[in-house]
Design a protein around this ligand. Structure first.
Ligand code: CO8
Length: 372
């Protein structure tokens, strides 16, 4: 068995920022238009007026102040409220592969790895843009990597689940280095017309290189252990799928986009995540107090504070559990990887940290790392 390390991470930030103010202005324009168009039904009591969104609610309920998107005009157009992407020919690189490859090159450069050093690619994300061929194989081809590639989807936990698969391959010797890519175009499956969730998500792509410890430079992050858990829940769900047309279902129906019972998710997932992390650390003989940094999933500020409070018995500092969701919003599986990418350079050799993601499924994945 080989020892596995994370030796590089990459981040591709989309070109457009949408502030809460811009988001709310567009949403409220949509609401006003809808209420005007349905004024007669509303007056007759046949329809309920739509309620406006508010910046102060979004800030208070989530901690999110802005998000990045790959297309801003389509998202903010009250007549459209979804990104506008041009369909690409089969001989063009697809959008998910394009943004994934940018993040991947960043990670490979940081790890000092050329395409010839990498033996496998895992595309781990909460949605795939097509059924096949696997996105990972297209990314592998775009980067000139030999070996093999495959996709996995465990919603917001995809990245940590992917890191475990990568670490297992490296430890077992079936790959010298594995590239895990997380292209998250959440704007394409977010219901921008739904006041309860229109503010939650943002786009991004991240990537991680997992390789053998003996080929990596000092200052890498040895993977001391990984732990995955799933427990079925309908509280976060998206029914979009290949059977829709056979069921004669409306492809634009609300349930074909992200739907959640946010309060229930909050209440049920926080204790599960805290328990999961505590159990994982205990199994490795690592005291919670000895964990220098928690790179947690970035869905909601209060959620992260609650998970960390359950672990530490007090509120975490920004240094202990860094927050990036104020800038990026919830980027599904990429959130904890962005936190790890942005906030690890200051840790010293021997410092221990924990990457953890949680979300739909329910699913939880944790990775305990120690700096070499
Ligand atoms: N503006 C103003 N008021 C609002 C708004 C708004 N935009 N939205 C709701 N309100 C009102 C409600 O109507 C309600 O009013 P009242 O009390 O009069 O009924 C009040 O505000 C409170 O509403 P909520 O109870 O819904 O508000 P919460 O305090 O619970 O906050 C959150 C809502 C922020 C959604 C919170 O519940 C939360 O963060 N929950 C956890 C969410 C989470 O982590 N989900 C994980 C999903 S991510 C995942 O697994 C990946 C899936 C795949 C990616 C999909 C990409 C698209």
């Amino acid at each position: 068995m080989h020892r596995a390390v994370i030796s590089g991470t990459g981040l591709h930030v989309p070109p457009h920022v949408v502030s809460n103010a811009e988001l709310v202005a567009s949403f409220n324009a949509y609401v006003q238009g809808w209420n005007e168009a349905h004024a007669a039904d509303i007056a007759a009591g046949a329809a309920a007026p739509l309620a406006e969104s508010s910046e102060s609610f979004i800030d208070k309920a989530s901690g999110i102040r802005q998000r990045y998107v790959f297309d801003k005009a389509g998202v903010l157009d009250p007549e459209r409220m979804r990104p506008r992407f041009a369909e690409r020919r089969n001989d063009e690189l697809s959008l998910m592969a394009e943004i994934g490859a940018i993040a991947a090159r960043d990670a490979m450069q940081q790890a000092g790895k050329a395409a010839a050093d990498v033996d496998a690619v895992i595309c781990a994300a909460s949605n795939m843009q097509r059924a096949y061929p696997a996105m990972a194989i297209e990314i592998q081809n775009a980067l000139g990597i030999a070996g093999f590639g495959f996709d996995i989807n465990v919603a917001c936990s995809s990245a940590t689940f992917g890191i475990e698969q990568a670490a297992n391959a490296v430890k077992a010797g079936t790959a010298r280095a594995v590239l895990v890519v997380n292209p998250e175009i959440t704007s394409a499956h977010l219901a921008w017309r739904d006041r309860d969730c229109h503010f939650i998500f943002g786009d991004v792509a991240t990537a991680v290189i997992v390789e053998r410890a003996d080929t990596a430079a000092a200052g890498s992050w040895e993977i001391l252990g990984t732990r995955l858990a799933t427990q079925f829940s309908n509280n976060i769900r998206n029914n979009f799928g290949f059977l829709n047309r056979c069921e004669d279902a409306d492809p634009d129906a609300r349930d074909k986009l992200f739907v959640q019972e946010g309060r229930r998710v909050f209440k049920e997932v926080c204790p599960l995540a805290a328990q999961h992390i505590a159990g994982h650390l205990a199994s490795l003989g690592v005291e919670t107090a000895a964990v220098r940094r928690f790179w947690l999933h970035q869905a909601n500020l209060a959620m992260n504070q609650l998970v960390a409070r359950r672990l530490l018995g007090r509120d975490p500092t920004h240094d202990e559990a860094p927050v990036i969701l104020d800038e990026f919003a919830n980027t599904a599986s990429a959130g904890s990887i962005i936190a790890f990418h942005r906030h690890r350079a200051d840790l010293a050799a021997g410092d221990t940290g924990l990457i953890c993601s949680f979300g739909a499924g329910y699913s939880i994945g944790s990775v305990v790392v120690r700096r070499t």
